[in-house]
Ligand binder design. Structure first.
Ligand SMILES: *Cc1c(COP(=O)(O)O)cnc(C)c1O
Length: 381
């Protein structure tokens, strides 16, 4: 998610500032693991899983190697395979569709809503019809909480119920966010997240987790992430993978979880200031009044002809921008042969031409933010 920047550039996400805030806590946590030596599934992994489940109110949290494997583990547990279709947005990071494609199932792309950038329930209904028309068996849907805001679960769930689909929530960008007052992590069959360093809750390497209230699914995931091991560890009952979270990463995440709520609050303030400072010259992200975003990425919309100029102006002033996502997944080389919902993905196509993302992280001070707003205004006016 971050691009390496020359030293005069502001960081897109300032992990150094977070590290300074945490003082020696992380160093000490890492050293404890190095000393006790339980590098794989050590006590910190169990402790982190307990804390993570409590944080979002889920019955189980199963940590794993990364956010993509988290999706894969659930898809494997559900037996996703050739001949089946799993419905997901194209306006997302590649990993969502990749996890589906790797099982042999067909990712079938669904359009998004223009205001929230999240899955459009009407397009989802179209996608179900498209799947059947293509003689594919639609089995599940992965609505993505893009940029940090939860998808409209209450609008998607009835379609799933009617069509007999499971719902797997990809909260790689939205962990910590809320939907109608409830933290993501307990909607649908399961929720996956990523601890990639640039995500709202990141570790110092790769990591991920699945949360669920389903006891059987949780047991299966624990087996799958360790080569299909049985609960008594005497046999292997299925094909799994090397899918565990390192103990060192769990120890780091425990320390970061301690300050996570405070960081989420800081992100709200920053996002509100951006919206106030830029709302008359660009379209700021729309957050539904019943949602709280975790602001993994702050994405505005400008006129397509303004976008390159804005990015170039900011870059010249030492301000990095991102583009999420210039090429929607259904236009990527490896994915362009997969089907899309019946009437196409017009909103996805449109957004890919006019979105641009500004730096956001909890340690972006007001002075720096004003500089970013000022320079963006200068470029857009
Ligand atoms: C980052 C991301 C993933 C994958 O997470 P990794 O930990 O990088 O494997 C999946 N889905 C979305 C929407 C993401 O942003």
């Amino acid at each position: 998610m971050t691009n390496p920047a020359p030293p005069t550039m502001l960081p897109f996400i300032d992990l150094g500032a977070q590290r300074r805030r945490l003082g020696t806590a992380i160093d000490e946590a890492i050293l404890r693991v190095v000393d006790h030596g339980a590098y794989i599934l050590g006590p910190e992994v169990t402790e982190f899983e307990r804390r993570l489940a409590a944080f979002c109110g889920a019955k189980h949290a199963v940590s794993c190697s990364n956010g993509t494997d988290a999706l894969s583990l659930v898809l494997m547990a559900k037996g996703a395979r050739e001949g089946q279709a799993v419905l997901c947005p194209s306006f997302t990071y590649t990993a969502t569709a990749e996890a589906i494609a790797r099982t042999g199932a067909t990712p079938l792309f669904v359009d998004v809503l223009e205001d929230t950038f999240n899955m459009d329930p009407a397009s989802l209904e179209n996608a179900v019809r498209t799947a059947r028309h293509l003689k594919l068996d639609p089995v599940g849907v992965i609505p993505v909480d893009i940029f940090g805001q939860p998808a409209d679960y209450d609008a998607i769930a009835p379609v799933c119920e009617r069509e007999g689909l499971w719902m797997l929530c990809d909260a790689a960008q939205s962990f910590g966010s809320t939907y109608k007052g409830r933290r993501v992590g307990t909607f649908g069959l399961a929720t996956t997240t990523s601890f990639f360093p640039a995500k709202p809750l990141g570790c110092y390497g790769d990591g991920g987790a699945v949360t669920t209230d389903d006891d059987d699914l949780a047991r299966t995931l624990v087996s799958l992430r360790f080569h299909g091991l049985t609960a008594d560890r005497t046999d292997h009952e299925r094909f799994g993978m090397t899918g565990r979270l390192d103990t060192i990463q769990a120890a780091i995440l425990i320390e970061k979880l301690n300050i996570f709520e405070d960081e989420l609050e800081a992100r709200q303030r920053i996002a509100a200031r951006y919206a106030e400072g830029l709302g008359d010259l660009a379209i700021p992200p729309h957050v539904r009044p019943d949602c709280m975003s975790s602001w993994a990425i702050y994405t505005i919309r400008v006129k397509p002809e303004q976008r390159a100029g804005l990015a170039a102006h900011l870059r010249a002033k030492g301000i990095p921008t991102g583009m999420y996502y210039p090429k929607p997944v259904h236009r990527l080389m490896a994915y362009k042969h997969f089907p899309s919902a019946g009437n196409g993905l017009p909103v996805t196509e449109k957004l890919s031409l006019d979105v641009v993302s500004l730096p956001i992280h909890p340690y972006l001070d007001e002075e720096t933010q004003d500089r970013i707003i000022g320079e963006a205004r200068a470029a857009l006016a």
